[in-house]
Design a protein around this ligand. Structure first.
Ligand SMILES: Cc1cc2nc3c(=O)[nH]c(=O)nc-3n(C[C@H](O)[C@H](O)[C@H](O)COP(=O)(O)OP(=O)(O)OC[C@H]3O[C@@H](n4cnc5c(N)ncnc54)[C@H](O)[C@@H]3O)c2cc1C
Length: 448
């Protein structure tokens, strides 16, 4: 279907998702507009399907810490004088001195969530919560050029659209369960831990099985062991032990902004090599402190003789039957093939996440986005998807660019700098062209 372009009410950019990545972008655009040199404000609008700001709420385990320095917040690496930095947050909340006295670069996860929500609150005018982007339709003129898209949003039971010349897709990661496994009351993904544990707390759970060897798995084991002091916790993984995450100083440089440049220009075999060498900074690895804590618990239980934490290493789940009140899990010890049955209240899969297909929402327009020989989406250094020539809409990707921009893509390390680069790219495309300072930057939705 062909649409006529309506210049006036067209947004400069629409963001899909309002997690840290698009929140950082919203701030970068806001700061651009308020800079002395700026001649215009961006017409930007962000849509978030959650009812309010939330960053991995199901894993906001009390006491869990961030795996990134507080200085790699939403803004500081791009603009250390920004009022949206973590230090401004601490100051506003009256915790500046106590944070310093704690002497750690790594805030509590609950604290960082509070920081993000504090920043998001200040951008409340730019975002619609409870609004899921369900489709993106090309707006194509008589010559076949697509210079805008209609973003279709479902919110409060109704559909509405907003027209834009650029989109920034930052829809995050999707939880992964093993093939054939479906989540339910007895089968949880770690991303739902706190919600499900709250429900389980209405009874007296006796046993949990936790599958996985990464940071989330180790945290879930520790959490359940502490939260349910009468319950056994069975940790299951194929490795010999939890492996420690490499956060050493030289290796940490792989998260620096300059590492993105180097990765981007590397040939494919060097890219693959770098991801392989340094996957142990992020994948299937655990903080040293967390490992020590779990080992200590096992050791103390071996002294007391009251064994609640059981580690099934070199083992795999071979089957599970969900009953009315429990789930019967069969565990195979791989060296011998011996199978043990564990009757548990729930089995928790801490089996990770994968980036969703960012082009899924684009429908037909997605077929005009170019892919490389490995099937990966072609993305420019400025995070703009390469398209066929008839597409003049800018499609920016945040998060799902590990293949092109390296291992920091799905993490927080570079959200600030990346947001600035996308803002630069928008400006380089001539935006915001038509919205002088004294005009509103709001974008109206067309109800269906
Ligand atoms: C438990 C946990 C802890 C982590 N800790 C760290 C850490 O310490 N350091 C670090 O660097 N990284 C960490 N990460 C990695 C994590 O990916 C990043 O912290 C961060 O969440 C990436 O931000 P994002 O905005 O790209 O994605 P997300 O935070 O996932 O945000 C995406 C948002 O888009 C919304 N959305 C999705 N689809 C739509 C749609 N169609 N319409 C509207 N809204 C939509 C989602 O609801 C979500 O709010 C952690 C991950 C997990 C799971």
């Amino acid at each position: 279907m062909a649409y006529e372009s309506e210049a006036d009410d067209t947004a400069d950019v629409v963001g899909v998702g309002f997690g840290p990545a698009n929140l950082a972008l919203a701030i970068a655009l806001r700061e651009r507009a308020s800079a002395e040199s700026a001649a215009a404000v961006f017409k930007a609008r962000f849509f978030e399907k959650q009812q309010e700001f939330g960053w991995h709420r199901g894993m906001l385990i009390d006491g869990a810490t961030m795996q990134v320095s507080f200085l790699k917040d939403l803004v500081t690496p791009r603009n250390p004088t920004s009022r949206f930095g973590f230090l401004s947050y601490l100051h506003a909340k009256g915790r500046f001195a106590t944070f310093l006295n704690r002497k750690s670069f790594y805030p509590l996860r609950t604290e960082f969530h509070d920081y993000l929500a504090w920043a998001a609150d200040q951008l409340a005018d730019d975002v619609d919560y409870g609004s899921e982007v369900v489709e993106i339709r090309p707006v194509t003129d008589a010559r076949g050029t697509t210079a805008a898209v209609d973003v279709v949003v479902r919110g409060q039971g109704a559909l509405s659209t907003v027209r834009t010349r650029a989109i920034a897709v930052a829809s995050g990661l999707e939880p992964v369960l093993p093939a054939g496994i479906e989540a339910g009351d007895r089968i949880w993904h770690s991303s739902d831990l706190l919600y499900q544990a709250e429900k389980a707390a209405t009874g007296t759970p006796a046993r949990f099985v936790v599958v996985g060897a990464g940071q989330s798995a180790a945290e879930v084991v520790g959490y359940l062991h502490e939260r349910f002091p009468q319950a056994e916790v069975h940790a299951v993984f194929a490795r010999y032990g939890f492996s420690v995450a490499d956060d050493s100083s030289f290796t940490n440089e792989v998260f620096d902004p300059v590492a993105v440049d180097r990765y981007f220009t590397s040939p494919p075999d060097v890219k693959a090599m770098l991801l392989d060498y340094h996957s142990n900074t992020n994948y299937a690895v655990v903080d040293d402190d967390t490992i020590r804590d779990l080992y200590d618990r096992v050791y103390r239980e071996s002294l007391s003789g009251v064994r609640r934490l059981h580690v099934h290493n070199v083992s795999r789940v071979r089957g599970q039957e969900v009953g009315t009140d429990d789930v019967n899990v069969r565990l195979e010890f791989l060296p011998t093939g011996d199978v043990t049955a564990v009757r548990a209240d729930a089995i928790v899969y801490a089996t990770g996440y994968r980036p969703g297909d960012p082009l899924r929402l684009l429908g037909e327009l997605g077929t005009r986005c170019l892919r490389d020989e490995r099937g990966n989406i072609q993305v420019g250094r400025d995070y703009r998807v390469r398209t066929t020539d008839d597409v003049k809409v800018d499609i920016f990707l945040q998060g799902s660019t590990e293949h092109s921009h390296g291992i920091s893509s799905s993490l927080l390390s570079n959200v600030a700098v990346r947001a600035g680069e996308i803002a630069d790219a928008l400006e380089a495309s001539g935006r915001p062209a038509r919205h002088p300072r004294n005009r509103s930057s709001s974008v109206s939705l067309t109800e269906h």
